[in-house]
Design a protein. Sequence first.
Length: 150
Amino acid sequence: MLEIGTKAPEFTLPDQNGDMHSLSDYKGQKVVLYFYPKDNTAGCTKQACAFGDLYPQFREKDAVVLGVSKDSVASHKRFEEKYELPFTLLSDTEKQVIQAYDVWKEKKLYGKVSMGVVRTTYLIDENGIIIKAFGKVKAADNPAQMLAEL
């Protein structure tokens, strides 16, 4: 996980509509940048829907929510439409940003070891500095936790 107080790595990724987004696009706003393993899975859906439900409150605090996974733009579009998600989902199929933010890790599931995205959320301030970092977050609780951090 990246250290609090360090500059967040810059990135440019496509969203669920194919539009490009860079971290620098959000200068002057707080950014909740959350990494999740896979669209349309139980935990990821709970987390995304909870961020969606709380999104107006994030906007009131001048914060944006960006979800990142290695799923395709098309997968993100289906996920967004199915759950009417009001925030941006970024596609990192090459895992460049996932690796830059140190969330590609060895995971164990039922004794089987594999590489994957560890559910991690960063809070980045208006100047692009990481001010909070939470690893191995609980999917359902993470959005309310991040709102409280603002």
